[in-house]
Write a protein that binds this ligand. Structure first.
Ligand code: ADP
Ligand code: MG
Length: 727
């Protein structure tokens, strides 16, 4: 029997907070305890092996076989001390979750004995059966093999009693089948050109690392209620549900006290995260009821992405112990805010400089201005790709829904830097001469208080906002792998910096002074990309109109947003930076379209099933109660006025049932038509516009009305107020 609402409610009311046992009160004592990081490596590896792994992590130098054997052996010894018996290559296939296939260290020997083995070969490479992971047609089914390869830039860790080795996942012919491979390539492309550009300012800089600090929003609901909602269970979001009398309008949840059961869960998953070296810093309630957020201190981007992926897994597992369900879907509930991720991004040099922090001297100032303006130009030139990098069925519900940034990509830089760019634009004049070098002395640093003011007073409606010493990309979906967005951002900035370097060098070759050449090019870039800058309210209709006038794209749905991946411009960009080949791009495009279709298809099926097998029977049962009551009143000789209201209700219920059932039937017809389409893009558009677009809202409207009419005792699906407010 399905778990229906009342049983679930009883369960919720009997819950008690779980008593979390803390292994140590001090986070510093736990931190990284389950990571084969610096300290463990120093203890377990020879000096030569330690340096070899460190170099492989930072510069990508190869690790030789002998060293790999030694590293593997040490990892095994370290892990076995923690009671670990198995290892796995841990990777991030395009399904959006993480994948593992566990193998035992245990190896049988002759004469019935056995020993634990783990060699360099197993550390470096594995061949999981890849046929069940999406490949977008790259792999023919007869060549189902793909392989995973060790990524020494992200440390191994012990998780769920298993030694996990972060790896990339590629096909036998070398195409990327995961999120990590292109990300690592993009980070390396950025490093190379950003370091070259830094050389204009400081010869000591030999490496630039992109940094990422994500903020993760999520909802928590009780497991029993979750299980009593087949829609939540199957799709991650509720397809029906009337808004509760009280939603988020009182704004009493945001930064309010954290309920005890939730608090126990948070401390529990934080403890697990600390052991795995995830530097979580903040936790708080979010705007919507039952919505929360956590954020770590930023890290090097590849590691930060691994940590976010791992965190989503940790949260999901730990929640079980607390009878809670973590919802990472972008829009689990209509009518209240959905969840996103904010990707805070910057670039750091190996000399300890944050390239997006205004400098203290004219020289570092110019360096700041260079990276700042180049980033804006990149956002301007490739805004369509940034939009595509965050496209998903779930995120379509947020973008443009006046709670998350709109689908129009623009950048917010604050009052002070707007003035600075205006000065660059006008004062530099047509020709920048020696006199204008005064510009270089722009005292951005002294204006830090002003910057901070901009920052605290900042615009929360912009998708890409400068927040004092970093940009914050706010339109990422809460369930997304950050890598998708980070691959695009780092690639487009790398590409822009390449052009910048060429442009500046050309002027220097003509005999222009370096600083003057840089200012001239920056001025050109400010002029050509200023239309992407917007300081106003991103949620307003006025902005949508203004953006259209400026020619900024406003693509509202995933199937169309994804087109940006396969334009000639995009193919050229990714190929020339060695991130994706044409076939890899086509494959990804295909995979994302298929993912979209499957998600909407599942939603449509559940919607139809629930309407027919949950909603309709409840409504009919109640209708019969009313009808027999009306009959009784009539028989008792009462006047029509005594049952007129009930008659009206019977009629209203009938009408809504008719609209709902008719909608379901027609939706199924549209699904059949869409399923016959063979081109993935056409199919995705059909699902978007004809299945979802024409029927989801219509069906839902009537179901939600019925929820307000039908006797509460007959209603089978837990209601919003119960899911969101009961603790
Ligand atoms: P909020 O946006 O909620 O006000 P903060 O400004 O404190 O939060 O920071 C948000 C995130 O930005 C944190 O994860 C923080 O580590 C990260 N962050 C700060 N500096 C950088 C940087 N230079 N590069 C990348 N991320 C950064
Ligand atoms: Mg933020």
């Amino acid at each position: 029997m399905a778990i229906h609402r009342f049983r679930a409610l009883e369960e919720v009311l009997s819950r008690k907070p779980v008593d979390v046992k803390f292994q140590s009160e001090k986070v510093s004592e736990l931190f990284g305890a389950n990571v084969f990081g610096h300290d463990a490596m120093r203890e377990y590896l020879s000096k030569e092996a330690f340096e070899s792994v460190m170099n492989a992590g930072t510069t990508g130098t190869k690790i030789n076989r002998k060293i790999a054997d030694q590293v593997a052996n040490s990892m095994k010894a370290w892990a076995m001390k923690k009671g670990v018996t198995h290892y796995t290559h841990w990777f991030q296939p395009l399904t959006g979750t993480t994948a593992e296939k566990h193998d035992a260290f245990f190896t049988p020997l002759e004469n019935g004995r056995a020993m634990e083995t783990f060699g360099g070969e197993q550390l470096i490479q594995q061949e999981p059966d890849a046929s069940s992971f999406p490949s977008g047609g790259i792999r023919n089914t007869f060549e189902a093999r793909g392989y995973t390869a060790w990524d020494p830039s992200s440390p191994a860790f012990v998780y769920a009693h298993t030694l996990c080795i972060p790896t990339i996942f590629i096909s036998y012919t070398g195409e990327a089948l995961d999120f990590k491979t292109p990300l690592i390539k993009a980070l390396s492309a950025l490093d190379k050109i950003a370091t070259e550009v830094c050389q204009y300012f400081d010869k000591d800089i030999s490496k630039v690392t992109a940094t990422l600090g994500w903020e993760q929003e999520y909802f928590l609901v009780d497991t029993a209620l979750y299980n009593a909602r087949p829609d939540l269970n199957m799709t991650g979001r509720t397809l029906f549900g009337h808004s509760p009398a009280k939603g988020q309008q009182l704004e009493d949840h945001y930064f309010g006290a954290i309920p005890e059961r939730i608090y126990a869960f948070m401390r529990d998953f934080e403890q697990e995260s600390y052991k795995l070296g995830i530097p979580l810093r903040t936790r708080h309630n979010e705007v919507a009821p039952a919505q929360f957020e956590c954020a770590p201190i930023y890290e090097e981007t590849n590691l930060a992405v691994d940590h976010n992926t791992l965190l989503m897994d940790i949260m999901t597992r730990v929640a079980k112990r607390h009878d809670l369900k973590v919802l990472l879907h972008e829009k689990p509930f209509a009518g209240i805010n959905g969840s996103g991720k904010h990707n805070n991004w910057s670039m750091a040099t190996d000399t300890g400089v944050n390239l997006l922090a205004p400098g203290k001297t004219p020289k570092t100032n110019l360096m700041f201005l260079t990276f700042f303006v180049n980033t804006i130009k990149a956002v301007h030139d490739y805004s369509d790709l940034l939009r595509a990098s965050i496209a998903s069925a779930g995120n379509d519900h947020r973008l443009g829904a006046n709670e998350a940034p709109p689908a129009i990509i623009s950048a917010f830089i604050g009052k002070y830097l707007t003035t600075v760019l205006e000065q660059v634009e006008t004062r530099v004049g047509g020709k920048f001469d020696e006199q204008d070098e005064a510009m270089l002395k722009l005292d951005i640093h002294k204006s830090i208080p002003e910057l901070m003011l901009d920052n605290t007073d900042r615009n929360r409606t912009s998708p890409f906002a400068f927040t004092g010493n970093k940009f914050e990309f706010r339109a990422v979906g809460s369930s997304a792998n950050c890598a998708n967005n980070m691959t695009v951002l780092n690639t487009i900035v790398a590409e822009t910096l390449k052009t910048f370097k060429k442009d500046v060098d050309a002027l220097i070759d003509k005999g222009e002074k370096k600083e003057v050449a840089i200012m001239q090019i920056l001025q050109k870039y400010v002029v050509s990309s200023k239309k992407v800058l917007f300081e106003g309210d991103g949620y307003s209709e006025a902005w949508a109109n203004e953006a259209e006038k400026r020619g900024l794209p406003n693509v509202k749905t995933t199937p169309l947003a994804l087109d940006a991946y396969i334009t000639d411009k995009s193919k050229k960009l990714f190929e020339s930076n060695d991130i994706y080949s044409h076939s890899e791009l086509e494959a990804r495009h295909e995979i994302m379209l298929e993912d979209y279709v499957k998600k909407v298809q599942i939603e449509a099926r559940i919607m139809g099933e629930l309407a027919t097998t949950y909603i309709l029977p409840s409504a009919v049962k109640y209708q019969n109660v009313l009808i027999s009551n009306i009959k009784g009143l009539k028989e008792a000789g009462l006047k029509e006025s005594a049952y007129a209201n009930q008659l009206q209700l019977v009629e209203a219920i009938s009408n809504h049932i008719a609209i709902m059932s008719d909608g379901v039937e027609k939706m199924i017809e549209e699904r059949k038509k869409a399923n016959e389409l063979t081109n993935s893009r056409d199919k995705a558009i059909a699902y978007c516009e004809n299945v979802k677009g024409k029927y989801f809202d219509v069906i839902r409207y009537s179901v939600d009305k019925l929820e307000l009419m039908v006797d509460d005792a007959y209603w089978l699906l837990p209601k919003y107020r119960e899911i969101l407010f009961l603790r």
